[in-house]
Structure formats: C-alpha cells, structure tokens
Design a binder for this molecule. Sequence first.
Ligand code: SF4
Length: 316
Amino acid sequence: MDFENNFVKPVIVMSACLDGDRVRYNGEILHNELVEKLKNFVDIMKVCPEIGIGLGVPRDPIKIYQTEAGYRIYQTKTGLDFTEKMKDFSSRFLDGLKDVDGFILKGKSPSCGASGTKIYRDKNAKDIVRMGMGLFDQYVKERFPLKPIEDELRLKNDEIRHHFLTKVFAFAQMRNLEKNTHSISQLIEFHTKYKYLLMLYNQSKMIQLGKIVAGYRKGNIERTVSDYAGIFYTAFERKPGIKKQINVIQHIYGYFSHRLSPAEKKHFLSLLKKYQSEKIPLITLLELLKSFAFRFDVKYLMAQRYFSPYPDQLYE
Ligand code: SF4
C-alpha cells in the first residue's frame, strides 16, 4: 500500500486572463505556471467580469473608488460608471454556480482583484485610500464566504498555496461525498481519512464531526452527511501554525515511538526541535513519519489526508 493519492477533481473558478485568454484591457496574454499545473488536476471554469459587462479588448482601464454608499467602478476616460452592470453580471454568474470549490482571481484588478487592488479616494482622484479587493471579488466573498479565494500573486507563497490547495481538495471530496453517500460506512471512511487533517485545522470541530458520525441512526444518512458537511466546511478557516502541526506530529509519532531505537527517537526529537525553531521545513518531518509508516506498515496512517491533502505533483 502507498499513501492515498486519489482525488475527486475540484472545480475552480478562475479569471480568464490567468489562463491565457486575450481579455485584458491592453490585450496582453498572460501565462501562469501554477494554472498550467493545475489543469491536470482540477476543472477550471473561466470568467472575465469586464467582458461580462460588455467591455471590449483593448479597452480603457477602469478604476475602483470608494463612496459613503460603497465601492464603485468607473472608466475615467469615457466617464462611464459600470457599477450596476458589474453587480448584475456578478449576481447572474454567481447564481449559476452550482458546484464550485474555490476561486483563483487576478490580483490587483479593479474587478477580479482578490488582493492588492488600488482603491481610489474618488472617481477623479489620483491618490489611493488603501489596497483592497476588486468589485467582482467582493461579490464572490459575500456569496461564498467559506470557499477558498486567492489570487495568483499570493499563491506564489508556499504556505498560502498549500493552505489553499488543501482546502480546495478537501471541499471537493466533501462535495462529492454529499452527492454520493448511500451508507454510513462511506462517511466513516471519509472521517477516518481526514482525522489528522481536521485535528490540525480545528480539533474541536474534529470532535464535533466524530460525534455526528457516532450519532448516526439508521435511515438517516442524508441528514447525517448534511450535518457533517455543514461543520466540515467551517473547519478549515484558519491556516494552522507550527504549534498545531507539532501536536499532530506528536500524535502520529505515538504510533511508532515504542518501536523505535533510542538513536532513532533522538534523531526524531532533534528534528522536531529544529522544526519548532523554524530551522527545517515541515516536509522533513513528514517524510520521516511516512518512512516509519511504511516500515511498520501502518495502513491507517497511509490513508491519512494529512500526509497527502492534494496530489503529490502539485507539491513543488
Ligand atoms: S483581471 Fe478579471 S476582468 Fe481583468 S482581464 Fe482578467 S479576468 Fe478580465
């Protein structure tokens, strides 16, 4: 047996320009390495909100500015305000989304920007009041508050990318389970696989989820899965820190500690200390734990999503 690496394909909504579509205001074509890699593992649904509101390519740029009544988008050169059109387009597009597990939106854009968008003081101002989000992205966040939303700039950061992919893949597996569960054994298997990942993200929700599984009454599978999903989606809100990682690592280490030689134990504990003081990356410890799992043939651990929250090929 090897570590679990089968996944349901997540659905990711993506700014069309990130996938090489010629939709940018200046006609520029972008290439993104992560998007290219993701294509083999996720279903991508592309959207360009500015094309959606009827703008062409090339076009005069628009800007986002603040008012007391909220944000507006405006094309300085033509004097046209596109706020209502963007609102209508976003409602229609987001209403039509049935299965979606996450969003990758173009950073800094007045429409898509998931972060780093310049918010101007008023429609004619040249100075900005803050960096924020684009208008379309704001509607996405309102409609899908629990879904992972990132931009291509933040996803260059290893930790942010890891957290994003972990969530997107976990949500897709959960969504699939909601649609295709016919027996409690499927939910038990799911919960078992996610045990340590849930412990990492939110231990109290892991316990709540365990109680839902244990409280199953015959003939009530749909209700049980729906209750489970409702909590599962909220368990991944915060990116876990080193302390939580160490807690999980120590739990897993408990499977082998009594079978290791004193020298192996010493080596493990010294690596743990180095990880704690941020001198080595997490992967060093995970690989060591995985090698112990192989050696002692602990299938329960090999099935844990904690070790493979998303396909290995997306790790680099
Ligand atoms: S950032 Fe969004 S609105 Fe702008 S070109 Fe890309 S997809 Fe279109």
